[in-house]
Design a protein around this ligand. Structure first.
Ligand SMILES: Nc1ncnc2c1ncn2[C@@H]1O[C@H](COP(=O)(O)OP(=O)(O)OP(=O)(O)O)[C@@H](O)[C@H]1O
Ligand SMILES: [Mg+2]
Length: 324
C-alpha cells in the first residue's frame, strides 16, 4: 500500500501548495512512483504540475465522459479529475494524468473547479470516499501527495482523512500554535472514530532569521513540540514563487540567488521523506547527487590546461586587487 502524505493547515497562504509540489517533485527524483492529488478547487497544484492547456483539455474530456454515460457508452472512458474521488460510486475507472516528469501522475482539479467547490455543500460523510476511491489505484504508486485546501470543510477533511501522515506547515507571523492545536484536536477526534492519521512534523515556512520575534517563536515551538519540530526551516524566498510558476522545483533554478532556497527546501523535503520511511531511496539519491557533483568538479578541472594556473588580472586602477 502507498504512503499517503499531505501538508494541511486551515490557515490560507502558509505555503501548503508550494511545499506539496516540492515534495512530489523530490519523491519523483528518488525514482518513486508518485500520485499527486489536488483537492483544492483553486487548482494551483494542478496548474504547476500540468499547465493550463492540459487542464482545459481535461475539462473537455470530462464533459465528453458525461455525454457518453448518457448514451450508455463508457468503454475506454476514465475518471481523471479529483472531483470523482468524492463519489460514493465511480462513474468510470480512475486514471491519473501523467506529468512531464516520468513516474509522477496527477488527479487534478480544474482551475476554479466549481464542481469540486460544490462538494463542500455535500454531507461531510462523503469525505471518506476519497480514501476509499484512491485505494482502487494506489497499487500503482509508492506515495500519494495530497494538496488539501484551507478551511475546515468537506474537502479539507477528505484530504486529512485520506492521509496516513501529515506535516503541518506554519508561519511564525500567523500564531502557529493555534493552527497546531486545532490540527491536534482534529486528529484526536478522528482517532476516536478509528481514523488514524499521524502528525510526523511541523515545518516552519517564511522564517526570518533576523527577526527576534521569529527566533523567540522558534524557541517556544521547540519547547512545546520537541522533535516534532522539523530541523529545517524555510525563509522568505521569492525564487520559490518563480520556480512553481515555471513548473519545476527551486533546485532546478540556475541563478545564484535560488541556491539558498534550494538547499533549505530540499533539506526540509528530505527530512519529511525520511520520516515517511523512504530512507533507503533517499540515501541512494544523495549518493547519485554526490557522484554527479564530483563528475562536474572533475570536468571543470579537466578544462584547465595542464601546467597553467589562473592568474589574477590586474589593472592600474585595481592594482593588487584580484578580479576572481
Ligand atoms: N518560503 C517562501 N518564501 C516566499 N514566498 C513563499 C514561500 N512559501 C510560499 N510562498 C508564496 O506564498 C504564496 C502562497 O503560497 P501557497 O499557495 O503555497 O500557500 P497555500 O497555503 O497553499 O495557500 P492556500 O491556503 O490559498 O491554498 C505563493 O505566492 C507562494 O509563492
Ligand atoms: Mg494551496
Amino acid at each position: 500500500m502507498a504512503i499517503y502524505v499531505s501538508l494541511p493547515n486551515q490557515k490560507g497562504g502558509v505555503g501548503k501548495t508550494t511545499l506539496d509540489l516540492h515534495l512530489a517533485w523530490r519523491f519523483q527524483e528518488l525514482k518513486l512512483r508518485v500520485l499527486a492529488v489536488d483537492l483544492d478547487p483553486q487548482g494551483n497544484f494542478s496548474e504547476s504540475l500540468l499547465g493550463v492547456q492540459v487542464l482545459d483539455d481535461l475539462e473537455v474530456e470530462d464533459n465528453a465522459l458525461y455525454a457518453k454515460i448518457e448514451q450508455g457508452v463508457v468503454a475506454g472512458a476514465y475518471a481523471r479529475r479529483s472531483y470523482h474521488l468524492l463519489s460514493a460510486e465511480l462513474i468510470a475507472p480512475l486514471k491519473a494524468v501523467p506529468t512531464r516528469y516520468e513516474g509522477l501522475d496527477v488527479l487534478p482539479s480544474l482551475i476554479d473547479d466549481t464542481s469540486l467547490q460544490a462538494v463542500n455543500k455535500q454531507p461531510v460523510d462523503d469525505a471518506v470516499n476519497v480514501r476509499k476511491n484512491l485505494a482502487l489505484i494506489d497499487k500503482d504508486y509508492d506515495v500519494v501527495v495530497i494538496d488539501v485546501p484551507p478551511q475546515k470543510d468537506t474537502l479539507h477533511l477528505a484530504g486529512v482523512i485520506a492521509s496516513n501522515k501529515i506535516v503541518l506547515p506554519v508561519m511564525m507571523s500567523a500564531y502557529p500554535m493555534r493552527g497546531i492545536r486545532a490540527m491536534m484536536h482534529t486528529l484526536e477526534d478522528l482517532n476516536e472514530i478509528g481514523v488514524h492519521v499521524e502528525l510526523i512534523g511541523v515545518l516552519v515556512n517564511i522564517f526570518n532569521s533576523r527577526s527576534s520575534t521569529h527566533q523567540e517563536g522558534i524557541r517556544l515551538l521547540h519547547e512545546k513540540l520537541g522533535p516534532l519540530l522539523l530541523q529545517h526551516k524555510i525563509g522568505y524566498r521569492t525564487s520559490l514563487d518563480t520556480s512553481v510558476g515555471d513548473m519545476h522545483p527551486v533546485w532546478k533554478v540556475s541563478s545564484g540567488a535560488a541556491r539558498d532556497a534550494a538547499e533549505q527546501v530540499r533539506g526540509a523535503m528530505d527530512e519529511i521523506i525520511a520520516k515517511c520511511g523512504f530512507e533507503r531511496q533517499l540515501n541512494e539519491q544523495l549518493t547519485r547527487e554526490l557522484k554527479q557533483r564530483q563528475q562536474r568538479a572533475n570536468a571543470r578541472k579537466a578544462k584547465v590546461p595542464k601546467g597553467k594556473t589562473k592568474k589574477a588580472k590586474t589593472s592600474p586602477k585595481t592594482k593588487g586587487v584580484s578580479n576572481e
